[in-house]
Ligand binder design. Structure first.
Ligand code: SF4
Length: 436
């Protein structure tokens, strides 16, 4: 059985070359193994060529970045099948395609998260301001994502450190170097930077690139560009909420745990003073395990950006931690949690609030309103004004962003979006005037 050795985790160029060679040499997926580093067999130099659909190449380029050991083989299988006429990209039941799409979805979510979560400390390199940030990605998104970020922010000089690699962008262009295990707190990161800066910049190289993934990410999104500023990023979850999230994984307090994939807990920096609370994870959140990464989350990002609330400084969670849905064929249709389910799951929200201790709660929709205020709320009547909470904090009620997505036409969508933005401006006022 031949073994194909790739140079590193994101050796897209090497994988494509090997895939072409082995497919043309008629090596079946089951007869080929993949490894990393040295020791592989020479790729066959078989004459011939074949083409793949743009959609398949785009899917492969994204799924290739997933932190999944089997991805090289599975993507080879897809290419093999496409070449032999045995792949229908429209077949929603195809298991190989479903796995690849799930990986691609997780990669996109992680890339989006990196663009919104990474925060930078300003340091000086060669008398020039340089921004230093830390991010711990779930997948191998550093390279393709940093290329995108570099294009979106042409003049900035920055370094992003991750456990998988380091990206530098300065007057010499964009280069990549070795990664680093978690540097610890912000001071440790800065001290580490002082000690290793010269060697890092010297050893950086241009990298192989994932051009297809890069092109696919050309779809404009309001929050794609990281805001450079004198702030070092915080972790997605504090140790207290991480502990709670771990504990809740086995929760069986209500029936919602049965069909759902996983619990989805809140995320935000450890110093967040504002907690946004939605209803429950949606389809994508359930698969990925993170709150507000689907269409409603992207709309929320857009509105936050418009009013100047930095998502990286707030915590975001849900009233209910499992996705409730109706299965219709292969589709999972959202169902609102019942008042009883909200009340039962409030146990976790209360624990999360106690751990994070935010001064301001922004309640997105009726389920969040019920979970916090302990009574039914009529969002249209009660939205847009602050409530004093018995524990001394403040709550502010507005609609859930999915309400905007459900509007029947463009005019009502625009009207409701404008009202939502108005509410968020009021939230910003509360933040500025000390409710945080
Ligand atoms: S929805 Fe909440 S209470 Fe119900 S099982 Fe999930 S975590 Fe537990």
């Amino acid at each position: 059985m031949p073994t194909c050795a790739l140079a590193h985790e994101t050796d897209w160029t090497g994988w494509r070359r090997a895939t072409r060679g082995y497919v043309l040499a008629r090596i079946e997926p089951a007869d080929l193994s993949w490894t990393m580093g040295r020791g592989g067999d020479a790729v066959p130099e078989t004459a011939g060529t074949f083409t793949l659909s743009r959609a398949l190449v785009s899917l492969a380029a994204q799924a290739f970045q997933a932190r999944e050991a089997e991805r090289f083989g599975l993507l080879y299988t897809l290419v093999w099948r496409a070449h032999h006429g045995g792949l229908d990209l429209g077949d929603a039941g195809d298991l190989d395609l479903r796995i690849a799409r799930r990986w691609a979805l997780a990669v996109r979510a992680d890339a989006h998260r990196m663009r919104t979560m990474v925060r930078f400390a300003q340091v000086t390199v060669d008398d020039q301001p340089h921004f230093l940030g830390w991010y711990e990605p779930d997948h191998f998104v550093l390279e393709a994502n940093t290329r995108f970020m570099a294009r979106r922010d042409p003049p900035g000089r920055f370094t992003i450190v991750t456990p998988d690699g380091t990206a530098h962008r300065d007057q010499d262009g964009l280069r990549f170097g070795a990664g680093l295990k978690h540097p610890g707190d912000d001071d440790t990161l800065l001290a580490w930077w002082d000690a290793h800066r010269d060697a890092l910049l010297r050893d950086a190289h241009a990298g192989g690139g994932l051009p297809e993934a890069e092109e696919l990410d050309e779809v404009p999104r309001p929050l794609d560009r990281p805001a450079l500023g004198p702030v070092v990023l915080a972790e997605r979850q504090t140790s207290a909420t991480r502990e709670l999230a771990r504990e809740a994984r086995g929760c069986e307090r209500c029936a919602l745990h049965r069909p759902a994939t996983q619990t989805v807990f809140g995320e935000g920096p450890r110093d967040a003073r504002v907690l946004f609370i939605g209803e429950q994870p949606g389809d994508q959140e359930d698969l990925i395990g993170r709150p507000f990464v689907g269409p409603a989350g992207q709309l929320l990002d857009e509105a936050l950006e418009e009013v100047g609330i930095d998502r990286r400084r707030i915590m975001i969670s849900n009233a209910v931690k499992h996705f409730k849905f109706n299965a219709r064929g292969r589709r999972r249709i959202h169902q609102s949690p019942s008042p009883g389910e909200i009340d039962i799951c409030r146990f976790w929200l209360d624990a999360e609030r106690a751990a994070a201790n935010p001064a301001l709660l922004v309640l997105l929709g009726g389920s969040a309103g019920r979970a916090v205020l302990g009574r039914p709320v009529t969002v249209t009547r009660e939205r847009g004004r602050p409530f004093s909470l018995p524990d001394g904090g403040t709550a502010f009620l507005t609609v859930h962003p999915s309400y905007l997505l459900r509007q029947p036409d463009e005019a009502s969508r625009a009207r409701e979006y404008a009202a939502f933005v108005r509410d968020l401006r009021a939230v910003k006022e509360l933040i500025n005037h000390g409710s945080e």
